[in-house]
Design a protein around this ligand. Sequence first.
Ligand code: MG
Length: 304
Amino acid sequence: MAKNSFRTLTLSRDEEDRLYEAWKEFESKAPAYARFQLRPENCVITCYESGKTLFQGSDADVYASPFMNNETLNEKTESVSSVTKGNSRKIILPQAGSDEVGTGDYFGPVCVCAAIVTADDIALLEKLGIRDSKQINDETIRKAAPQLMKQLIHSLLIVDNARYNRVHETANLNKIKAMLHNQAYLNLGKITALPDFRIIDQFEPEISYYRHLRSQPDVVRGIHFETKAEDKYPSVGAASVIARYAFLTYMDALEKQYGMHFAKGGGKQADQSGIEFISKYGEEKLGEVAKLHFANTQKILKAR
Ligand code: MG
């Protein structure tokens, strides 16, 4: 997606050190007047003693974006307009955000959603009070999410337990998350052009995220990673509400199918549901409803 073949940024010493730490495995001999030079994929990064850092190559913006402030982003993305919210914080629009739900729940799927929010959507989001799905009760989510899904361009991935357990044999949870977020953005990009400003509610450092995607043929780059992003970026908040809605709806269906209640989360109540489940359906069926690598599985099988 990078349009520029080079970008120059003035970084603080601290930022220069962070940049070095992130890509030091690609260090090459520094030219004159440079502190260091790094050559990761599709980019040459040269940090000069003058305080300027030059990013060159087709992915220049990908590597520079974590160090670009909102003004830089604004000037880069002509289509961007900004809206001032009640709390007088500036929001860059349009924006795409993504979040996942269900990774802490023993029972049920993992749901990942990526959603686009434009200036036209802000009024609805504010009316619905969209923010982190963990801070909104399930009843509100059930009402708000269908309206969001109707209005916002989004892509939603639901990984059922059988598939999750299969994938988990070769990939850890963060790798699964990285692959799902990437796929959600790829799918979104098939529906419409992705906004230049993209945010993931950070679950691991940026460098690990891209490392997990190394073997993937298509990787969406230029993503901004931030923790607690659901509350700061409306696109992430909306994505989290849609993902939570998908999770709740899936759990409703699962409970109907098996004629029992499945406790959410990964605590003692989930153990109780598990014990009830295997007494009714047998332990060999547990992988159809639960994430088997959770410690709950051992507790449930022991309690049998
Ligand atoms: Mg999250």
